[in-house]
Design a protein around this ligand. Structure first.
Ligand code: TPP
Ligand code: MG
Length: 373
């Protein structure tokens, strides 16, 4: 990638950094194709490992596993009636939040959609405060009044958790503008799903981001579905990264099942934002293994399709790469597994034991005056 391109405009997908998962098609469910695809993904990831020290790799692995087990425990809590309202799980997409957020500093900003538990934890919020929020308890990050879709913690610059599709995109653009205005070198990462790309707020934000040169990294987590509607049925032109051309913004396609590919693409974008105040659009192709939310019957896709992507499970892929390259053996894996289990149990206990919010607190932390006052 030339400096010229970075400074001036849109990038074409780079070879070697852009192992793009094909959009789904029935033909690609063939077991031989799946096997080959798996082998290629593993070899590509292994070729990246040498650039990392062991501690960094183990931290990344630990975070992905923590988020996976946290989400599994949340599903259990939901089915036991401990969590009310909506609950959107992130299982299958862990490499995106962990890979991207691991490249930024604590004083950088992150905003995301309602599928937000993973981003909150990856940005530094404790599993306790996230689980207690899910349980609607006082110990939650929003004192139990936000719930699953409204994780928020300004002390780690995690600015939500937004339920309106695409609503966080102009907010993130404004946050990035503010940091530039103040003369800091902070960057902002804005995550959103591919269905948000059809919203005007996406296009308006990208237009201003390039016009005003704001240090914002727009990460489209393309999991191929917006609720039960596939991307193909909702978007006339589906190469989302290429939409950046309309605004002369740099962009890349990234394989979202490869943690290290996500990390490296985000690193390039962060550098561009921090040093040159330039935005980037990353289209990260991924897949959610669970339904849209806990109440989704999931009858819009086949089991074969889900199983195909499960073969590319980002955690399984990373585990195999680490083992085959001798970074971690079975004993090491078991140790991390046990540590993660204990962390998630602790979060559950904390949420259980935390009191319900005091009814007197109903009107604190709200912007509008109650009706009649
Ligand atoms: C403005 C708006 N329109 C519709 C909805 C209802 N809705 C909730 S989630 C969703 C799909 C979003 O899909 P995507 O952006 O791909 O994110 P994903 O759920 O796949 O992470 C829709 C249409 C909403 N919350 N906000
Ligand atoms: Mg989606």
């Amino acid at each position: 990638m030339s400096k010229q391109q970075i400074a001036e405009g849109p990038l074409q997908p780079e070879k070697g950094t852009t192992a793009v998962m094909e959009q789904d098609s029935v033909a690609s469910h063939d077991p031989a194709t799946i096997h080959q695809d798996q082998q290629d993904a593993k070899e590509e990831q292994k070729s990246r490992l040498s650039g990392y020290d062991r501690e960094t790799l183990l931290n990344l692995y630990h975070q992905m596993l923590l988020i996976r087990r946290f989400e599994e425990k949340s599903a259990e809590a939901y089915s036991m009636g401990k969590i009310g309202g909506f609950c959107h799980l992130y299982i299958g997409q862990e490499a995106v939040a962990v890979g991207a957020i691991s490249t930024i500093r604590q004083d950088d900003y992150v905003l995301t959609s309602y599928r937000d538990h993973a981003h909150a934890i990856a940005k530094g919020m404790s599993p306790e405060s996230v689980m207690a929020e899910l349980f609607g308890k006082e110990g939650g990050c929003s004192h139990g009044k936000g719930g699953s879709m409204h994780m928020f913690d300004s002390s780690v610059n995690f600015l939500g958790g937004h339920a309106i599709v695409g609503g966080q995109i102009p907010l993130a653009t404004g946050v990035a503008f503010a940091t530039k205005y103040k003369g800091t070198d902070q960057v902002t990462i804005c995550f959103f799903g591919e269905a948000a790309v059809n919203q005007g707020s996406f296009h308006e934000s990208l237009n201003l981001a390039q016009l005003w040169k704001v240090p914002c990294i727009y990460i489209c987590e393309n999991n191929q579905y917006g609720m039960g509607t596939s991307l193909k049925r909702a978007m006339s032109f589906q190469d989302i990264a290429q939409k950046a051309c309309a605004y002369e913004i740099a962009s890349e396609f990234v394989d979202g099942m490869d943690l290290l590919a996500v990390r490296e693409a985000t690193q390039r974008a962060v550098e561009r934002a921090r040093k040159s105040y330039l935005p980037t659009l990353l289209e990260i192709r991924t897949y959610r293994f669970m339904g849209h939310s806990m109440s989704d019957p999931g009858n819009y896709r086949t089991r074969a399709e889900i199983e195909k992507y499960q073969q590319r499970d980002p955690i399984k892929l990373f585990t195999t790469s680490l083992k085959e390259e001798g970074v971690l053996d079975d004993k090491g894996l078991e140790e991390i597994d046990a540590r993660v289990k204990e962390e998630v149990e602790r979060a559950w206990r904390f949420a259980e034991e935390s009191p319900l919010p005091n009814p007197n607190e109903l009107q604190t932390d709200i912007y509008a005056n109650p009706i009649g006052e």
